[in-house]
Design a protein around this ligand. Structure first.
Ligand SMILES: [Zn+2]
Ligand SMILES: [Zn+2]
Length: 323
């Protein structure tokens, strides 16, 4: 029996659903292509065995490209992937997050690729915070250990239905910041820009800017701490918008005053990063360091102003922007 991949679905999630639909426990099913043990889900998404796409393609009729698009093999975003851990200590990150409302809305619950990224803290659709562990047993998501015919929305350790997890609130400003970061990542990936590497490296260090995590990178913090981190950044940056006299500030003023459209703002932001990269390569003296927090906040405020102006009469505006 063939099941169709869902939008943004992780390869391991699709394989889990495939195995259940065919009456084979996931662990036994993945043993067929040499992935039976340990954290097979995470390994499959990161480093699928060479012939796995052909094996799956031959049995499901799905194109190799479609199967590989479900992996997390993108070089540029790899530093933002939440690390694999055997144990789920409370103070550390876990490899996979989820939105209980998304799982509850799904006809057959499935896990999204975006839930693997440390830069994601909330659900763009439901506005609530993501979770990175089961609220009942506090363990991380471990459906790779599932030896029975049980769907992924059930905790493999304690059988809690993850769809019943309580909603976690996230401040609107933090969600706008997250959305801006995500937009920029997508824009940079779409144009295969080398600026994405610098951008991602900066994102990993934002807990330091927020004064959280004792020097740990974003990928090492649990979702609850990353939500706190984004909320602090959004608050702090708000009061620091127009401070110093440098290129970044001029750009900030311009963008905050300009109610250009959403895509225009992203394009300008990307141009700014590109310009800075160019000047770093050519200049003998390095330009002043760009304040990532201030730039993002300016971007978020411009988006916010724009959404307030347009609220109520623009059905095409992303829902989280109007929050
Ligand atoms: Zn959701
Ligand atoms: Zn549990």
């Amino acid at each position: 029996m063939v099941v169709n991949p869902q939008p943004d679905e992780l390869l391991s999630s699709w394989v889990h659903r495939l195995s259940i639909a065919n009456g084979v426990a996931p662990r036994a099913f993945t043993g067929e292509f040499g992935l039976g043990g340990g954290m097979w889900s995470a390994r499959l998404d990161l480093r699928p065995p060479r012939d796995v796409a052909s094996w799956l393609g031959a049995r499901t009729g799905k194109a190799r490209e479609a199967i590989m698009a479900m992996t997390m093999m993108d070089e540029a975003l790899r530093p933002l992937l939440l690390p694999l851990r055997e144990t789920a200590r409370r103070s550390r990150s876990n490899w996979l997050q989820y939105c209980a409302s998304c799982l509850a809305d799904d006809r057959v619950p499935y896990f999204r690729r975006s839930w693997r990224l440390a830069s994601r803290i909330s659900c763009f659709r439901h506005g609530c915070g993501l979770r990175d562990r089961c609220p009942a047993c506090r363990g991380g998501i471990a459906h790779f250990t599932q030896k029975d015919l049980i769907s992924q929305h059930v905790c493999a350790r304690c059988n809690f239905d993850l769809r019943d997890s309580a909603k976690i609130p996230v401040e609107a400003a933090a969600r706008r910041l997250e959305r801006s970061i995500d937009d920029i990542c997508k824009a940079e990936l779409a144009k295969s820009s080398s600026a994405i590497y610098e951008w991602v490296a900066r994102l990993r260090r934002v807990p330091v800017v927020a004064g959280l995590g004792s020097g740990r990178t974003l990928t090492n913090l649990p979702t609850s701490s990353r939500i706190r981190c984004f909320q602090l950044l959004a608050q702090r940056a708000d009061g620091r918008l127009i401070v110093a006299e440098n290129t970044a500030v001029i750009w900030r003023r311009e963008i905050a005053q300009n109610a250009g459209d959403h895509h225009g703002l992203i394009a300008r932001f990307v141009e700014f990063i590109d310009e800075r990269e160019g000047s770093l390569r050519s200049a003998r003296v390095q330009p002043p360091d760009v304040d990532l927090t201030g730039l993002l906040a300016a971007y978020a405020r411009a988006i916010d102003r724009r959404s307030r102006e347009r609220r109520g009469h623009d059905a095409g505006w992303p829902e989280t922007m109007a929050a």
